[in-house]
Write a protein that binds this ligand. Structure first.
Ligand code: MN
Length: 329
């Protein structure tokens, strides 16, 4: 498929254009959307950026406000019609993290495995480390001049999605890095990278540290209050960073039930399968081999009686599956 920027411009001419990121956008999704908006504006096409959910973390909020570009919560955009053209970025229509928008999805720019049956009129899709690298590639090809703020945002998006150039990096990401490095503002980038925590986040870390228990190489920690998914995941990564832990299981209260985030650095333990099996019949869980999420529904929590009894049952279930997985291999 022809994935040149000029073909996208031709397609969009004369239409209202909406750039939609995945729900709860992360820095890569935001960098991609803002970079695309600037590219389109440079070629005379106005667009608006929107998302469903919220922008959750402090550094993501900071990244979103580096440039003076409005990111609309989709609920605020009441004037979208069926005739408006939507570009989905950093994800695809029909993904579970893409709430349906009223307009017509005509184009997609994404770096995730392509899973939708939906036929876009325009597609720029490649498996690379970050979606922002695909936008940077266009910026380079088109010769669009960019300022330090946009360069900083794009570079930050790429660094976040590649875990600092350690995961899923391709030549496309490295070329983008090379191009952006001399243009980006390194002190702003440093500030973004070192503002990952809110003071209130520390409560979750504190609670998890208080009650962490380790069985064999599995670290369990409970956060006895409600917190956003991203924070539970961050605490789970933190627990995994302990040298004696190879699988981390962190769970927090969620409207009467429990919300889980699990990580595995053991090639024998598939995190997604582990959680899927452990939560069968009492909730829902699944994900990748190294990271997964899940939930126990409130109605099942009641059947367990008190919370500490529920925790024992869950821990036993997880350890049982863990042992089968580690012995199998
Ligand atoms: Mn991404």
């Amino acid at each position: 498929m022809d994935d040149r920027f000029s073909s996208l411009v031709e397609l969009l001419k004369g239409h209202n254009v909406i750039i939609q990121t995945h729900d709860f956008p992360d820095p890569d999704a935001i960098a991609t959307a803002v970079g695309l908006k600037e590219l389109l504006a440079w070629r005379g096409i106005e667009s608006r950026i929107c998302y469903y959910g919220r922008i959750e973390k402090t550094n993501t909020k900071m990244a979103a406000s580096i440039l003076d570009v409005t990111l609309y919560n989709a609920e605020e955009l009441q004037d979208i019609t069926e005739n408006d053209y939507v570009i989905t970025v950093d994800g695809q229509k029909d993904n579970s993290n893409f709430t349906e928008l009223k307009g017509k999805e005509v184009a997609c720019i994404d770096h995730h495995p392509f899973v939708t049956e939906y036929r876009y009129s325009f597609l720029k899709h490649r498996i690379v480390g970050a979606c922002a690298s695909l936008i940077t590639e266009w910026i380079m090809e088109e010769g669009m001049p960019i300022g330090s703020d946009l360069a900083t945002l794009l570079l930050y998006g790429i660094k976040m999605d590649t875990r600092n150039f350690c995961a899923g990096v391709t030549h496309c990401d490295l070329k983008a890095y090379d191009f952006l490095l001399e243009k980006a503002d390194m002190s702003k980038l440093y500030k973004l990278e070192n503002s990952a925590l809110d003071l209130t986040d520390l409560r979750a870390y504190g609670a998890a540290i208080e009650n962490i228990t380790i069985y064999e190489t599995v670290g369990f920690a409970y956060i006895p209050f409600e917190c956003p998914d991203g924070l539970i995941a961050a605490v789970s990564e933190f627990i995994l960073s302990l040298s004696s832990v190879r699988v981390s299981v962190v769970y927090a209260n969620r409207s009467g039930g429990l919300k889980f985030s699990i990580r595995s650095e053991s090639s024998r333990v598939n995190a997604g399968k582990l959680l899927h099996t452990a939560l069968k019949d009492i909730g829902n869980g699944g994900g990748h081999a190294t990271m997964a999420g899940g939930i126990i529904y409130p109605e099942y929590m009641r059947q367990f009686g008190d919370k500490s009894h529920a925790q024992t049952i869950i821990r036993n279930r997880i350890m049982q599956i863990y042992r089968v997985m580690t012995e199998e291999a």
